[in-house]
Design a binder for this molecule. Structure first.
Ligand code: AMP
Ligand code: ZN
Length: 463
């Protein structure tokens, strides 16, 4: 079955056909590095990682670009309030530059813990100021801009298709207007370039044809995606909150300069919620991967938790869910380990798995097929080979996992020695009683040619 993906732009499931044969250009909006990423943000990055892996599973060569927003994302999406980086600087007493570096590194560490593959290109907004200025000039030359006392704005009324991605009710917005207008001509207009406030030196500011200041938040993604992937590329992703403002404005900028809607497919990951409301950095209800680790969970349990739900549905967080995911992950790992050497892949299981992932990344079904395979009566080498192929998409690192050599407590070892002595002296009843005691304590004895070995009891897969 060919790959089908849900495209927010057309609000439909479409067959994925790359613009250039065999190759895919993928752009994913990256983090704003003023704080740690929370597990909700990471749900979106896991969805994007699964997307990339499914594209690779289908044999495409993916060029994946991710930006780092280290300037210009203001506290309010309506282009008002403080820059999040400068605010983070006040909160921590560090410079905005040091904060960006710190949280970028933390983000990369979280990605690594969750087996999220690194993009082919990382790009920082502050490394691409000239590209952003060039794009604003192009938009200005095509007559879509106007100045105000605090910046250069995009006039959204000049673009007839403005807001199509979000199906925005522009008329309603114009009439309603509880949105703070300031000097904006239309409620949906947005900043392309903001001036540094008079008499104030910002930590991050640059010269421009319009005055000293910094780029608006949306321009970086239009400029950098076009730079690395071209003016019209395959897929652009982000979280659902990006539909109404950030991606809508990226499209407007690109239409104004290049006349394209930037990407052929627009895909969005839905929110992680906690107690039925969005997990957010500002809402103060946020959990990090680190928090899960402190509670004794493997970070990949979070990846497993996310795979349990379709990316286009909201997902509610629960500790029981994390516990369940952790248990399932460990069962998969020890099953794969115990199967030994891999043999030949089972074609019909592989076919069913491809159908599931190619059906708009239907991971809950893909996981169900995975468990069906694990519980089947197929020979271990077949199961192993097949599951390792599945794992190129699941990304749970099943092939690399080895059990941690655990220390066997002294009293168990003493009982084992006693049992061995009883056996040598042919006191079979004593030996059996000791074996039972050891089993009751949760350990198993394996009599190997090298002598008896004891290990913690294996979790059984078949209930
Ligand atoms: P930010 O660092 O705030 O720019 O957000 C990074 C990414 O996480 C964006 O794609 C957001 O849309 C996404 N995001 C933010 N909050 C959540 C959430 N609660 N669940 C899933 N994704 C989210
Ligand atoms: Zn973006």
């Amino acid at each position: 079955m060919s790959l089908h993906l849900y495209d927010t732009y057309s609000r439909s499931m479409r067959e994925f056909v790359p613009l250039k044969p065999g190759k895919v250009g993928l752009y994913t909006c990256g983090p704003t590095v003023y704080d740690y990423a929370h597990i909700g943000n990471l749900r979106t990055y896991i969805f994007e990682d699964v997307l990339r892996r499914v594209l690779e599973f289908n044999g495409y060569h993916v060029k994946h670009v991710m930006n780092i927003t280290d300037v210009g994302h203001l506290v309010s999406d309506a282009d008002t309030g403080e820059d999040r980086m400068e605010k983070g600087s006040r909160r921590t007493g560090m410079t905005a530059w040091d904060i960006a570096e710190l949280y970028t590194n933390e983000f990369k560490q979280d990605m690594h813990r969750l087996n999220i593959q690194e993009p082919s290109v990382w790009c920082k907004a502050t490394d691409h100021i000239q590209d952003q200025i060039d794009l604003i000039r192009c938009i200005e030359e095509n007559d879509y801009t106007y100045p105000t006392s605090d910046g250069i704005y995009f006039d959204t009324s000049k673009l007839s298709e403005y807001g199509h991605l979000a199906r925005k009710d522009i008329e309603g917005l114009q009439a309603g207007a509880r949105i703070e207008m300031g000097e904006k001509r239309n409620p949906t207009d947005f900043a392309l370039w903001k001036f540094s406030p008079a008499g104030q030196k910002r930590q991050m500011e640059w010269d421009s044809p319009w005055g000293v200041g910094f780029p608006g938040w949306h321009i970086e993604c239009s400029a950098m995606s076009a730079k690395y992937l071209g003016e019209f590329f395959d897929i652009h992703c982000g979280g659902e909150d990006h539909i109404s403002v950030h991606h809508t404005n990226e499209i407007a900028q690109t239409q104004a300069c290049y006349g394209t809607r930037l990407a052929n497919f627009w895909m969005h990951g839905y929110f992680l919620q906690i107690d039925e409301s969005r997990m957010g950095k500002s809402a103060g209800n946020f959990l990090r991967v680190q928090t899960l680790m402190e509670r004794g969970y493997d970070p990949l349990a979070w990846r497993y938790f996310c795979l349990n739900a379709n990316y286009r549905t909201k997902l509610n967080f629960s500790w029981e869910g994390v516990e369940g995911a952790n248990t399932s992950l460990n069962r998969l790992r020890s099953a794969v380990y115990d199967w030994g050497e891999a043999g030949a892949v089972h074609e019909s299981f592989l076919h069913r798995f491809s159908e599931a992932v190619n059906d708009d990344l239907n991971m809950p079904v893909a996981l169900a097929i995975t468990w069906e395979l694990v519980k089947s009566d197929l020979p271990a080498p077949t199961k192993k080979a097949t599951l390792l192929v599945f794992d190129t998409v699941l990304g749970l690192g099943l092939g690399e996992w080895v059990p941690i050599e655990e220390e066997i407590p002294g009293d168990i070892l003493a009982m084992l020695a006693e049992r061995q002595a009883a056996r040598m002296e042919k006191r079979w009843q004593d030996a059996d009683a000791l074996r039972e005691q050891i089993t009751a304590a949760g350990y198993e004895i394996e009599d190997t040619p090298q002598g008896p070995r004891v290990k913690r009891k294996q979790i059984t897969i078949k209930e």
